[in-house]
Design a protein around this ligand. Sequence first.
Ligand code: UDP
Ligand code: MG
Length: 322
Amino acid sequence: MDISIVVPLYNEAESLPELEQWIARVMDDNGFSYEILFINDGSTDDSWDVIRKLSEKNPSVKGVCFRRNYGKSPALNTGFRRAQGDVVITMDADLQDSPDEIPELYRMITEDGYDLVSGWKRKRYDPLSKTIPTKLFNATARRVSGIHNLHDFNCGLKAYRNKVVKHIEVYGDMHRYIPYLAKNAGFTRIGEKVVHHQARKYGTTKFGLDRFVNGYLDLATLWFTNKFGVKPMHFFGLLGSLMFLLGFISAVVVGAVKLYNMHSGNHYNLVTDSPYFYIALTLMILGTQLFLAGFVGELVVRNAPGRNHYEIEEEIRTELPA
Ligand code: UDP
Ligand code: MG
């Protein structure tokens, strides 16, 4: 099969028939064999009935129905586990992404050799309250992830080589950082294509402004787990030791100054009268705490199931004759 199209959706009943028709038309015009995987993320409207009807009419339409609303990432991950096509395309269900982009995305994966191609909604039809924070968000994501050529990390329209989606796990709200996840899994040929974007025709957006707060927190999590996930002591241990050392030296200095003044007959104060004593004490306590956090982290990692999981590209095995 050439293409799997994964469509996560939550209360998008009005858009679905139009979307299915449009995709089918593009696929037939280009002679692609395909499947459409509609992942109904616990919709409370009649999206699922619509999907049932569509699949009776078109056998390429498949569907999964969650019992409750889990979020876009769980929906995408479920689609990824099932996708059989050589190229996997994700798109939003709200008709903001155009299926006309699919042939070119397919070509970029199969001919130009990209592992992942992300859409870039250069001209967006969204309110300003969304487009401006999005710019900041993408600038941060570029810096942190080191994927400098992407302008639009969170674009719903993306294309993947099949093995990419089989080797990444999208959970929580991590769909915003799929290119980063792919990069961390060793898929570095990441490209971008400018795509057309349209204003939402039916229904309403499912994400509020909290997406930006959560987006930054998730970015911090990804950066941290990628860098220190299996060696937390390298982070906490270093930071903790430095702080403790700084506090210890300061305490010694505070004590030494007092002793010196005592012996040379100068006027002297109690060490507890000096603010530096308390700063030094706080540093030592915080340093110890950080160090312990690193230790606890190491104990957790020892038992983490993924601690020895590696992405293997190829392997040579030979049998020696007995
Ligand atoms: N979506 C989903 N589960 C959710 C929220 C959203 O499957 O909990 C789907 C939604 O139906 C749409 C896509 O994710 O197909 C993108 O959502 P939306 O269009 O609301 O996001 P925006 O375009 O405003 O960024
Ligand atoms: Mg949308």
